[in-house]
Design a protein around this ligand. Structure first.
Ligand code: ARG
Length: 264
């Protein structure tokens, strides 16, 4: 995670961002700190990267790397405003002992568009990550990739429209939640076929960034407003943990965007 010390809405690269509606830096820091502390209270280790002045979106760590079995595929951002973040994160991985760190040739916004199910990598395209980056990720990480097309500009990253609730095990397939309307008709059919037991979220769930959740297979961290989704997940046996991310949402981010998951 990256503390939002220099966080601000200074430019608009997604429909949620409006530089005329500035975010409150103090509140953003308090919300981010609460999110970090939730992970720690749930027993997870949180590592922090030093934020850089002039990179107001660096708080969205999920966009900066995809780590599976200790292999790291770095990022290449579409927006020039965010491009320098990739190198800061690459260096963090190298300095923290990761040996296999590969930087992509194609535009690749990492976990913003990649979701690991425990068996395969679900990969979004349409707004940010290049479709060619999907094949590149498959080759670099050695995992099967399933391409999905996003069609609604409000849900510009895969992680704004889908997340993994529990990874696949030998005993059970992966369980996911998603907002079908964010995907092209063909991708909706792919999702329905691949994940017949998925939780299908409503437009209201999606609009508060409810699909930008983070699950450890039991506890599911969600935005405060995602009450409907929280109730449905509780009915499936999960433990929803809701937290206020209203200031981060002004940049088009939520809990997952702030969280790069390291799978060693
Ligand atoms: N302002 C950032 C952008 O548009 C938000 C990124 C949110 N991150 C995410 N994983 N969806 O790039």
């Amino acid at each position: 995670m990256c503390p939002p010390r220099y966080f601000a809405v200074e430019y608009a690269i997604n429909p949620w961002m409006d530089p005329n509606e500035p975010a409150d830096a103090g509140r953003a820091m308090a919300q981010w700190t609460a999110l970090r502390d939730i992970y720690r209270e749930l027993g997870h280790t949180v590592e922090e990267i030093e934020p850089r002045r002039g990179l107001p979106d660096m708080v969205f760590a999920a966009n900066s790397g995809t780590v599976i079995d200790g292999r790291v595929l770095g990022a290449r951002f579409r927006a020039p405003q965010r491009a320098p973040e990739a190198e800061h994160y690459r260096r963090w991985f190298v300095e923290h002992g990761y040996r296999d760190v590969l930087m992509p040739a194609r535009i690749n916004e990492a976990e913003g568009d990649f979701a690991w199910t425990g068996r395969m990598l679900l990969a979004g395209t349409g707004f940010r990550t290049d479709p060619e980056a999907h094949a590149e990720a498959q080759e670099a990480l050695g995992v099967p990739v399933l391409s999905l097309r996003l069609v609604d500009p409000r849900y510009y990253h895969l992680d704004t429209a889908l997340f993994v609730l529990s990874e696949a095990t030998d005993a059970a397939p992966a369980h996911i939640a998603y907002y079908p309307e964010a995907f092209s008709p063909g991708s909706q059919r792919v999702l329905a076929r691949t994940f017949p037991d998925a939780v299908r979220a409503t437009a209201t769930d999606a609009a508060c960034f409810g699909l930008n959740g983070v699950s450890d297979g039991r506890n599911v961290v969600l935005p405060l407003e995602a009450t409907e989704l929280a109730a449905r997940l509780a009915a499936c046996g999960y433990e929803p943990v809701r937290t206020d991310i209203s200031e981060l949402r002004k940049a088009g981010g939520g809990p997952k965007c702030c969280t790069l998951e390291i799978r060693k």
